[in-house]
Design a protein. Sequence first.
Length: 53
Amino acid sequence: MRGVDWSVYVITDRQAAGDRSILDVVRAAIQGGATVVQLREKKATTRQMVQLG
């Protein structure tokens, strides 16, 4: 089993996404070479996080 490749770690949230959808931001990060993406939404419930995508 391989370990996680932490070489390009992206942290984002809805505020940082601005007028773009969070899924578009994450997709662009992955296409740009991100190996790990962390979505931070401190005030979101579990349900809200799941609904984000």
